[in-house]
Design a protein around this ligand. Structure first.
Ligand code: ATP
Length: 388
């Protein structure tokens, strides 16, 4: 096991692309760390530098306190698991898993013992004599993981290992990976572009954008206290709703309505009167008819007409079109472009709310919507910083 430190690590490709810029990260021994961010943000490059598959342009990479910038990949004692399983088709599961141990010239008994042990952990014992062609995608990915764990490496690096699996299998495999990591306690760095995977798997999550870290923290912390617009929009599904807003005399004016701010928030925005962006998560709205009087005063109500109601069983997603100004803040537009179309509300025209299943709101209804004002976020449009 190992701790891994990236100290101002930078990667510039020969064509001038600055893929990673002065990245600082301290990964604790035994930690499960997730790197997440949109396509091209530098996740794989970071992982490849840790593995030694990509040179580091400047900065220092330390494993267990030792500088390893110039150490060959095979000397770093790290195992990598990729999206493509890269199993040998002519070898059985046992032979595939035994392969790295054979290369390391272990005795036959030792190889058998290690493979049997790994197969047990990954529930592959019954499949040891099969060839990869006769396995399901999930089973193949488990064999690829088995091949990584037999070596008992210092650390695992995983690059989107589940992205070739269908949605249901991906959810199942998430639990397998999570249990495996806890059982082995091996330092693991896991790359994904899927924020749900990031939120459910890791001890800590690093959110990257354009080669730089946006925020590092425990999943819940990132969800509840995003540093900036980007993190706020990236984490959570459906995404946080954003609207342009102005603050004056302790009141917040948005396309949703004109609301009084609570005392805490009034203090936070004191030096920010003027234009802001308000961010509100779908679950911080509710069908106003279901709100009990005891909590009603922590929020405000507005009316809107429902375009679409999606019943999820346990709750309902209700989509509204809000008339009024669209968010035009450059930061918000850039953010929407970064996230790819469809991921982010277009800013100020669409609103998605998560209502309780008991809500009777139907498509076409004009409903009274309650918003929890204690849970809103306010962002500075000039730099996207969360000021609440
Ligand atoms: P994805 O989720 O799409 O795999 P990523 O976050 O892993 O993306 P990287 O593969 O690390 O991103 O790429 C980071 C940036 O470096 C991108 O702009 C990419 O185009 C660029 N890049 C990657 N490899 C090279 C290369 N060999 N030469 C030049 N630029 C490269």
């Amino acid at each position: 096991m190992a701790d891994i430190v990236l100290d101002k690590v930078t990667k510039a490709f020969p064509d001038g692309t600055l893929a990673v810029q002065e990245l600082n990260l301290e990964i604790a021994d035994g930690e499960f760390l997730i790197l997440v961010g949109p396509s091209g943000c530098g996740k794989s490059t970071t992982l490849n530098m840790i593995a030694g598959l990509e040179d580091i342009t400047s900065g220092e990479l330390r494993i267990d306190g030792q500088r390893v910038n110039d150490k060959a990949p095979r000397d770093r004692d790290i195992a990598m698991v990729f999206q493509s399983y890269a199993l040998y088709p002519n070898m059985t599961v046992r032979e595939n898993m035994a392969f790295p141990l054979k290369l390391a010239k272990l005795s036959k008994e030792e190889i058998d013992r290690k493979v049997d042990e790994a197969a047990k952990v990954l529930e592959l014992t019954a499949l040891l004599d099969r060839k990869p062609a006769n396995l399901s995608g999930g089973q193949r990915q488990r064999v690829a993981m088995g091949r990584a764990i037999v070596r008992s490496p210092k650390a695992f690096l995983m690059d989107e290992p589940l992205s070739n699996l269908d949605a249901k299998l991906r959810v199942q495999m998430r639990t397998v990976v999570s249990r495996l990591q806890k059982k082995l306690g091996t330092t693991t760095v896991y790359v994904t572009h899927d924020q749900t995977e990031a939120m459910t798997l890791g001890d800590r999550v690093v959110i990257m954008r354009a080669g730089a870290v946006q925020q590092v923290g425990e999943p819940q912390q990132l969800y509840d206290h995003p540093n900036n617009l980007f993190v706020a929009g990236f984490i959570g599904s459906p995404s946080m709703n954003f609207f342009p807003a102005t603050v004056a005399s302790g009141r917040l004016t948005t396309a949703l309505g004109d609301f009084p701010l609570g005392e805490r928030m009034r203090g936070q925005v004191a030096e920010h009167s003027g234009d802001l962006i308000v961010g509100i998560r779908p679950e911080h709205f509710e069908d106003a008819s279901l709100i009990e009087d005891s909590i009603r005063q922590g929020g405000a109500e507005f009316s809107a007409t429902a375009d679409l109601v999606e019943s999820m069983g346990s709750d309902k997603y209700v989509y509204f079109t809000i008339e009024g100004e669209k968010a035009s803040a450059a930061e918000l537009e850039e953010l929407a472009a970064d996230m790819g179309s469809g991921d982010l509300p277009s800013g100020g025209s669409n609103l998605v709310c998560r209502f309780s299943a008991e809500s009777r709101v139907k498509e076409g209804d004009t409903a009274k919507v309650w918003v929890n004002l204690e849970k809103i976020h306010l962002f500075d449009p000039s730099d996207g910083r969360n000021i609440t």
